[in-house]
Write a protein that binds this ligand. Structure first.
Ligand SMILES: *Cc1c(COP(=O)(O)O)cnc(C)c1O
Length: 407
């Protein structure tokens, strides 16, 4: 197969022109720093769209998660001594199969992530494993949940379990902006939630993120912390630890220009997902699953998982994978190599946190016996090229390359 002249990306920024207009507007008015109309407008628009009281524009999704974790920590345990995190010595239940940025902020605040396995209906946090975790650690008061690849988690069940245990819920909707569960936007279920405008997300600011708050007080706190925690005084007066996490009005201009296109991006991603699903039907695989009755994903990434009995012999260590070509079978590394060979970009599934050397000592809760669901999806799954700008012809070539792996 001829490689593509222009690389087909996993998920790259898709600009429309309006972004430039709002960036120029910031320049012309000289509001190029962390105050300005673009920021005010996108905070209002996102809060309305998601259905939360307020949105706070920050420098990244990770910064937003840090502020969310700190806010939840203070609500639960009060303001800590200077130098201590708000979650010092406290266990926090976290999604296990996700990007490390979901859980690292818990550690910034001194907390100890306890990882919760996924279920196989949506590849998100398993409510049954979460129940089990509360049985083992009944004192835990905080849960951090990510919606993987744009597919809503079993959020009703998880919310209910949190309420039963008087625990707060942080929703990491970085990958799922625009996805709904029973008609409600992801990001509206958490006590505090976040979204991201990183370059590869469904819409982008080139970078940036937002915290979604349920009250004006919460939003005001985060605005203060993220601008160095200055008190209202004629001089620099500080009662709390501060951060420099505010979004720039230039970045906000890019986001402002992208917002009207969120629906289009979701439709394009949905078409890509459905075309893969239709064309790969004969293979022993499934695409990332969701509950068709009440969930509308944003289809950020199309992923496939090979049925375990069709995985060819492979050996992996922490740094490399080796596999053997076997008739009728394949493995993620073989498919990723085939995709790379035609100049397209695929990715492995997020490697579960409980398998990461940095978090090896942390607790991991699964309802499985021996083999976790997350291990299974990681071993048998991969993310397919899912760029909005990919043509049907390009997708056809990718599909042929995947099919060839199973011959
Ligand atoms: C991208 C991402 C983040 C981090 O967002 P940044 O804006 O890149 O800091 C957090 N959580 C998840 C699940 C993500 O995919």
């Amino acid at each position: 197969m001829e490689p593509f002249k222009n690389k087909v990306w996993l998920s790259s920024p898709t600009m429309h022109g309006d972004e430039q207009k709002w960036v120029n507007d910031a320049f012309e008015k000289n509001w190029v720093s962390t105050v300005g109309e673009n920021i005010n407008v996108i905070e209002k628009e996102i809060a309305n769209f998601i259905g939360v009281e307020e949105a706070v524009a920050l420098s990244s999704g990770t910064a937003a998660l840090h502020m969310a974790v700190k806010l939840a920590g203070e609500k639960l345990y009060g303001r800590p001594k200077v130098g201590d995190g708000t979650l010092k010595g406290k266990k926090v239940f976290c999604s296990d199969m996700t990007f490390a940025a979901t859980v690292n902020p818990v550690v910034y605040e001194g907390g100890e992530p306890v990882f919760i396995d996924i279920e196989l209906d949506t590849w998100n946090m398993d409510p049954e494993a979460l129940k089990k975790a509360f049985e083992i650690f009944p004192d835990v008061k905080l849960v951090v949940l990510a919606h993987l690849y744009g597919t809503p988690a079993k959020i009703d069940e998880i919310r209910e379990i949190c309420d039963e245990h008087n625990a707060l819920l942080i929703e990491d909707a970085a990958e799922s902006l625009g996805a709904t569960y029973k008609g409600k936007q992801t990001g509206a279920f958490g006590d505090v939630s976040i979204i991201s405008f990183n370059g590869n997300k469904i819409i982008t600011g080139s970078s940036g993120g937002m915290l979604l708050a349920k009250s004006k007080d919460d939003a005001a706190k985060v605005r203060k912390w993220s601008t160095q925690s200055r008190e209202t005084a004629p001089w620099y007066q500080h009662e709390e630890l501060g951060y420099n996490y505010r979004m720039s009005n230039i970045i906000a201009g890019v986001v402002r220009g992208q917002l009207p296109y969120l629906k289009d991006h979701i439709r394009q991603k949905k078409d890509i997902f459905e075309y893969y699903k239709q064309e790969l039907k004969g293979l022993p695989i499934e695409l990332n699953p969701f509950n068709e009755e009440h969930s509308l994903p944003n289809y950020w990434l199309s992923c496939l998982k090979i049925k375990p009995e069709y995985i060819s012999s492979m050996i992996t260590n922490d740094y490399e994978a080796f596999y053997k070509k076997e008739m009728g079978k394949s493995c993620p590394s073989e498919i990723l190599d085939a995709i790379a060979n035609i100049n397209a970009e695929g990715r492995p599934i997020w490697k579960p946190m409980h398998l990461q050397p940095i978090y090896q000592a942390n607790e991991f809760i699964t309802t499985g016996s021996g083999w976790a669901n997350g291990d299974d999806v990681f071993k048998c799954g991969l993310c397919l090229p899912s760029d909005n700008k990919m043509s049907k012809e390009e997708q056809d070539v990718i599909i042929s390359a995947i099919k060839k792996c199973f011959e």
